[in-house]
Design a binder for this molecule. Sequence first.
Ligand code: AMP
Ligand code: MN
Ligand code: MN
Ligand code: MN
Length: 280
Amino acid sequence: MSNYDLHSHSTYSDGTLTPADLVERAARRGVAVLALTDHDDTGGLAAARVAAAEHGIRLIDGVEISVTWRGRTIHIVGLGIDPDNAALQTGLAATRGGRIERARKMAAALDGLGIAGSFEGVQRFADNPRMISRTHFARFLQQQGVVKDVKTAFKRFLGGGQPCYVPQEWASLSDAVGWINLSGGVAVIAHPARYPLDNAELRALLSEFRDLGGVALEVVSGGHKPHQYLSFAAQARQFGLAASIGSDFHSPQESYHDLGSLRALPGGCIPVWDVLSSKC
Ligand code: AMP
Ligand code: MN
Ligand code: MN
Ligand code: MN
């Protein structure tokens, strides 16, 4: 097991634990270094920092930025960012900006299917009104008994190509990497196996990302099958990228991979924390 977990979510985006409860759980599960990486928002970091000091674990300030690259949604994690950086905050505010309008469109699509009240309903699941995500809609649909779980809500309603999917133009790859670098952080491509990219497209993404100043690839991820770790480790090496580990934990009820439950990096990787510590 690794005692690094550099990808996790709290109630400041689509996680179900508060930052303090998330940090407490991580400490209890043996995580020594945790990054809180909420989607497009850094509001949870201050409370997470207080809790990390209390529980004796190291917190890395993080964020997971939504990006549109060649028409696909890609997630870029920033680690070791400065949440007070103005360029980063302006960029994140712009990235979040369309979420309310998108939520209205998703709610209208659900209305059209005879599922009423979702716009108001999701507010009950979204502690941070700036960060309404599809996950909150999925939880609403589960609570209403429309689907048995969050996964099914994505499969039937919210995932790409499903009737309530609303395409969104997120940040550009170059902007997201730029904001992370400007704020002193390192940029990491999150869960590369989760994107609908063929091999050639993935290679193009890795090379463009590296040329823009990106640093690492999430090799060991809660979104990956263990047999994929070695091939992503090889791709990271090939493209001169360091390697990261993150469970992408969202919720004790919903996540398959708990905090700190992932394996160590395969041999031959440059751990992203070596890059982070050389910057500090
Ligand atoms: P959004 O940024 O609003 O498009 O929401 C994206 C979030 O939805 C991701 O960060 C995941 O937490 C969640 N998600 C996406 N696809 C699935 C899926 N198939 N099953 C469960 N959760 C998903
Ligand atoms: Mn999420
Ligand atoms: Mn993600
Ligand atoms: Mn994530």
